[in-house]
Every structure is written in C-alpha cells, then in structure tokens.
Design a protein around this ligand. Sequence first.
Ligand SMILES: *Cc1c(COP(=O)(O)O)cnc(C)c1O
Length: 376
Amino acid sequence: MNKKIWLSSPHMGGTEQKYVQEAFDTNWVAPLGPNVNEFEKAIQNYIGQNKFVAALSSGTAALHLALVLAGVKQNDEVLCQSFTFSASANPIVYQGAKPIFIDSEKETWNMCPFALEDAIKNSLSKGKKPKAIIVVHLYGMPAKMDEIKRIANLYNIVLIEDAAEALGSSYKGQKCGTFGDFGILSFNGNKIITTSGGGALICNDSETKQKAIFLATQARDNAPHYQHSKIGYNYRMSNIVAGIGRGQMEVLDIRVNQRRAMHQFYTEIFKNRADIVVLEEPSSNFSSNFWLTTILLKSFEQRENLRLYLEKQNIESRPLWKPMHLQPVFEKYQYFGTGISEELFSRGLCLPSGSNLNNQDKKRISENLLNFLEKN
Ligand SMILES: *Cc1c(COP(=O)(O)O)cnc(C)c1O
C-alpha cells in the first residue's frame, strides 16, 4: 500500500525543540515564562495593527473568552456563520446564549452580509439586540470584511473574527484576525502552524488582554490567599507549548507560500474543466493562506465518487464543513439564508494541502486526479 497522503499534517520548522529545551533547562515548565511572552510578541509583530495577543490552550478557549469579554450571557443572541467547524458555535452555548446561524455568500463562502443584516433586523423587530457577530475566514479565505464591519458598526454589535484557519491571510493588506473587536487563532495539529494544540485571543488594548489572562488563569483576585470574585477558566498556554509556537512563527511565511503553491498546483490540474470549480480569491483585495484548497464538483454523486476514488489510493480528502444549522445539535436554532452553504456542503471537497507534501506525493495526487477526470 502507498503511504497515506493527509489533508493537512503538522510540519515542524526545525527550531521548535531548541525553545522547548530552553524551557526544560530553565525549569520554566509552568504556564507563564519567556516562551509565552516571546510567542505572543511574535504573533503581535506578524499581525500588526497594534494588537495585543494572549496565548491560550485552544482556539475554542479563545472564542469562549471573547464571548465572556463581550458580555454574552444567558439567553443572549449571537450571530454566527453557519458554514464552519462546530468550535465556532459551541462557546455560544457554553454561555447559555442562542446562536443564530447566517448563510454564506458565493464568492468567499463566508458570512453573507445580506443574510446577516436580515437576521439583525429580525431580532430588532422583536425587541432583541444580538450581542455579538462571529465571522469566520474559512479555509483561509478572508470574509468580506468591509461589508461585515459596516453592519457591525451600524448596529453597534461586537465583532469577533474566527481566524483559526486564516493565520497569514489578509484583506486589503490587513491581516485576518485584526478587523474585529476580538480575533481568535488556533494552533491545533492540522492548522497552518501548530503547537500540537493551542490558540490565541487577539485584543484591541492591553487592559482587555490582561482581563483575558485573568479569566484564563482561574480569575484569582489580588490577595495572598486564593480569593475569587468571578468565575475563572484554566485556558492559558503553557511555556512548553509556546516554545513550539516560537519555532513555528519563524517559518509561517514559508508555510503560507507552500500552501499557496499547493493551491496553484490544483488550479493547473483543473484548468481545463469548466465544470469543476477551484475556490479562488474573488479579487486582489483578498489574500488567502489557502490553508486547504477546496473544490466544487458537479454533483453530490461526483463529489462522493472522487472522495472514494482517492480514498482507495490512500489519499485523504474530505467533504466541506457541514453547516451548523443542519447539525442535529443546533437544529433548533434560527437560520437566515438562501441555501448556499447547503449547496457547498453537498458538492464540495477539500484536497490534500499540507506544506510538507513532496514531489512524489504531488505526482501521485495529480496522476490520480487526472485519471478520475478522464473517466468522469
Ligand atoms: C480549528 C478551528 C477552531 C478551534 O480551534 P481549536 O484550537 O481546535 O480549539 C475554531 N474555528 C475554526 C473555524 C477552526 O477551524
């Protein structure tokens, strides 16, 4: 059997172990420590816009803290992109709040500004004002941030950007994760860079970052004994994990270029097939890290045929995210849209996009895809 080709697997840069070793050598094994500070600084420098970054245990933890800091409470409404991974929506329910799911538009596959405004008007008409908007830059493709931000500002609603898949992507030259009141990143094992598991919250000011760290470290008041006036969480990143992150930040730009090259590789393969769409940047305003290259086939059947064909060759591919409003656990919540995300789910496929795929892997992928295309 040929070796397995994965959708997206960890890709170390080489200096990660050095930073982890330093943590051992100095016994900075606890949360806190020089790696955490340096990792946060590296992210801040990378994303710019004078943001403040708090390194946390996961992207999901970062989203949860963003909602806590936005004041989201029991029975509040939060508008969330439906076409995403469940981690974008779960923290809404942790807070006892209600997600309202918003469909995608066709160009970026992210939150549709029209459906978003419909949902806001609907809530307002019932005397309820949504507390926050969670927009996602799915697969690394920036959402239409001018439109989304205009609506968030117009109705004065907190904007949270889920940039878990979009570190290194930008919109009009500004990095994803820096447009909202909060942004979140993930360093889970399959993301563009990884710390094995981890995340970060991007804040607008140092006070908010300090509040996030306070909540992430069990909300301990300033007293010699353990005293608590607020519910806290154990969400801080450890100094060991942050050591991996420091090494990964050194190769982030290389990783972005490698993922973009994978996207180019697929564009070439499908260039003569007008019936199969490779998701492209809608204009030069959008720069995707192309965390995953995604395609739309003609039909559900053709999508499944290709997925199973690749699986037989030990090549991993995966249907696009199943929209949240179709998930059994979220079925009872409201949804605004026109079925675009449903269509994407039915016909879409993610292709192997790792930065560590070598020429032999690529040859195997392209031969198999071309074989399939010839017959289908
Ligand atoms: C990975 C991911 C998350 C969650 O990040 P974790 O670090 O795995 O908790 C959230 N949203 C999206 C869109 C993701 O892909």
